[in-house]
Design a protein around this ligand. Structure first.
Ligand SMILES: *Cc1c(COP(=O)(O)O)cnc(C)c1O
Length: 335
């Protein structure tokens, strides 16, 4: 696929490493476990939004934007990285935070919230859970336009067809690394949220005729809804790319068994996964996305879904700053 046809900024000057996890592999006594270290991407503390922002910010700059607007949850990694990209490009950035869990916004909270402030966010507006975030963003954009400014709206999670190009690029990077390292992966596992990562990866894999099954672990929606969200974005992305090999509904694999009580709400299996990765491989997975996705992968290994002798790749999409807003539960578990 020719991704060079799309304007792109660069925020990471290397391919993120694919590492073998010998200690975790030994503990699980199942497949050989590898990890794609997208937590080491560029911009402030890395993570998957960096890849999406390479394409989104190029579009914003092409449109002459002076202010970037986006939205997310109160501990949003996406908001942190969008703000970081805006800082890099010399643009202003305003955030709208959705208080999905009532009472969860604290202006002096640690984690990503602290980083919003140290990175010099221009303004933060907090709205109630369930608000129409697109309408909120568009309204803010209109206000700024009436003041003569040039806002650019990045959708939640950066998950439109422009942002998802970042994960088409990631699939191609993985393909190169497989060839370089001489490893054939039997399965790839990713967290699945606003779906740009999942939809981008599946387009990159299928579009390049690389039929490695991709398993998405949902962090909020149920299986059917999440499958539809991923599929719809994947189809639109396929049209943008003009791929002959298009993604089919059956290509979208989603598990919704690891969400727990809801988005961003801790589960004991997440806590166990955070501690296990830290204590076997010194890798930090996060409480909201990669901790739950890792819990899913470990459970699927135990259930024999991924077998001894196979090579599996977990896509580490980042998020470790959020741990600092979840210190008690990740250390002491659910009481
Ligand atoms: C946003 C995010 C995800 C989910 O990616 P989507 O493209 O929104 O599905 C996973 N992990 C982390 C750390 C994130 O911040």
């Amino acid at each position: 696929m020719n991704l060079a046809q799309f304007p792109r900024r660069r925020y990471t000057s290397y391919k993120t490493p694919i590492e073998f996890l010998p200690n975790l592999t030994k503990v699980m006594d199942g497949p050989n476990i590898y990890i794609k270290r997208d937590d080491l991407l560029g911009l402030t503390a890395g993570g998957n939004k960096t890849r999406k922002l390479e394409f989104l910010m190029a579009d914003a700059l092409q449109q002459g934007a002076d202010t970037i607007l986006t939205c997310g949850a109160v501990q949003s990694n996406h908001c942190r990285l969008t703000l970081a990209a805006a800082v890099k490009e010399g643009l202003k950035c305003q955030l709208i935070l959705e208080e999905r869990v009532p009472g969860s916004y604290h202006p002096t909270a640690s984690g990503n919230n602290y980083l919003f402030n140290i990175l010099g966010v221009e303004a933060i507006k907090v709205v109630k859970g369930g608000s129409d975030m697109t309408a909120e963003l568009n309204q803010l954009a209109e206000e700024l336009k009436s003041q003569g400014r040039k806002p650019y709206v990045v959708p939640g999670g950066g998950s439109n067809t422009i942002g998802a190009l970042g994960y088409v690029a990631c699939a191609e990077e993985i393909m190169d690394q497989m060839f370089d390292m001489g490893i054939n992966f039997n399965h790839i596992i990713t967290p699945s949220g606003s779906a740009g990562t999942h939809a981008g990866l599946i387009n990159g894999l299928v579009g390049n005729n690389l039929h490695i099954p991709l398993t998405g672990i949902s962090v909020s929606r149920n299986k059917q809804l999440q499958t539809e969200v991923v599929y719809n974005l994947a189809v639109k992305l396929g049209e943008k790319l003009g791929t002959k090999n298009s993604v089919k509904y059956e290509d979208i694999i989603v598990y919704d068994d690891y969400v727990g009580a809801g988005y961003s709400l801790p589960t004991q299996s997440m806590v166990d996964a955070v501690q296990l990765l830290a204590r076997t491989e010194a890798i930090l997975v996060d409480p909201v996305y990669t901790g739950k996705a890792m819990a899913g992968m470990l459970d699927l290994i135990k259930k024999g879904q991924f077998k001894k002798g196979e090579n599996i790749l977990f896509v580490h999409t980042g998020g470790s700053p959020a741990l600092f807003a979840y210190t008690d539960v990740t250390l002491n578990g659910l009481k």
